[in-house]
Design a protein around this ligand. Structure first.
Ligand code: HEM
Ligand code: HEM
Length: 274
């Protein structure tokens, strides 16, 4: 892999900022707010930020970069697709629970639904995310779809996936700001109480996590090498089952690594279509 050290730094930074985001949102609701419960009150609302950050941001980000982890390149591509899809499905499940929590809280407290820009963009993101999963499963998980369709749709899948991920982080930042303005009365948000500063840091962590994931996923040289090319490098035969492939590129001797990297560049187009 080209610039493996930079990749490792990016990966560690993503793991740290992502995990810290979950810890921060938990401290926010458990220490500064009313805790977590399913009682129609504020504690039920609190599931909303917790599950959105853990699911729609952290799990989605993990799903997106899963193909880029060089330790997984020796794994069968089909297995990786299942992991990618399952992580997205898990993220979607948490999103549904999180959305039910905020609607239930609103209905119990007789607060109108869907009035804010956050809620409009939020619900649009949830619907588009669901659509992306349906299309992803139909095109890439069910083996009946023609290869030409898969290939043609892949750039669209990657573009919309990345756009959704970035959009969802922006929606979360709007939600965080809104909540701080609603919840902090005395002292107010503008007076910068400790809770406000703490939650501002949560927002910064989310932006940092998003930036690292997008950087990782847009570096062409960090793409998973073409399975068939990798396979033929080791076995001199082209086969479907790359589960039998030997070590990942990072474990290959330097000459093979350079050769693989060279071939990968030439075949990156083909790789995109798998
Ligand atoms: C409400 C989506 C993250 C705070 C809503 C609603 C949706 C939504 C659809 C409307 C519920 C209703 O009208 O009954 C999302 C999505 C997020 C996200 C997709 C993705 C990350 C967050 C976060 C917070 C937050 C991190 C931080 C606390 C709020 C607040 C409301 C709300 C205060 C109630 C006021 C309103 O309707 O705007 N959210 N949310 N949201 N959300 Fe989020
Ligand atoms: C790749 C997003 C669901 C199959 C990608 C990439 C992104 C993405 C950003 C680019 C990764 C990279 O270049 O390394 C999403 C989002 C989804 C979703 C946001 C759900 C909302 C699915 C599902 C499948 C799928 C359900 C079904 C298997 C694939 C495949 C690739 C891919 C095969 C190509 C990986 C490669 O060859 O580099 N997805 N995806 N995706 N996704 Fe998804």
């Amino acid at each position: 892999m080209e610039n493996y050290r930079l990749f490792l730094s990016a990966f560690c930074a993503a793991a740290i900022t992502g995990s810290l985001s979950i810890i921060f949102v938990l401290i926010w609701v458990l220490h500064y707010r009313e805790g977590l419960a399913w009682d129609g009150g504020s504690a039920e609302f609190n599931w909303h930020p917790v599950l959105m950050v853990a699911g729609l941001i952290f799990l989605q980000g993990t799903a997106i970069i899963i193909f880029r982890l060089p330790w997984t390149w020796a794994c069968n591509k089909q297995v990786m697709k299942w992991i990618h899809a399952c992580l997205h499905l898990l993220a979607f499940t948490l999103t549904v629970i999180s959305t039910v929590a905020v609607f239930d809280f609103h209905n119990t407290a007789k607060i109108p639904n869907m009035y804010s820009l956050h809620s409009w963009l939020g619900i649009a993101a949830v619907i588009l995310y669901c659509l992306q999963i349906v299309v992803g499963v139909v095109l890439y998980l069910i083996p009946i779809t023609p290869v030409s369709w898969r290939a043609a749709f892949m750039p669209v899948h990657v573009f919309f996936g990345t756009l959704l991920f970035v959009g969802i982080i922006s929606v979360a930042l709007m939600g965080i700001t809104e909540k701080l303005i609603f919840a902090l009365k005395s002292p107010k948000y503008s007076q910068s109480p400790p809770e406000a500063l703490f939650v501002n840091v949560l927002g910064v962590l989310l932006v940092a996590f998003g930036a690292i994931v997008v950087y990782t996923v847009t570096r062409v040289s960090w793409k998973r090498p073409n399975d068939q090319v990798l396979h033929s490098l080791h076995t001199d035969e082209v086969g479907e089952d790359n589960g039998k492939v030997g070590p990942a590129l990072t474990q290959l001797p330097e000459t093979a690594d350079a050769e693989a990297s060279d071939v990968r560049k030439r075949s990156s187009k083909q790789d995109e279509n798998n």
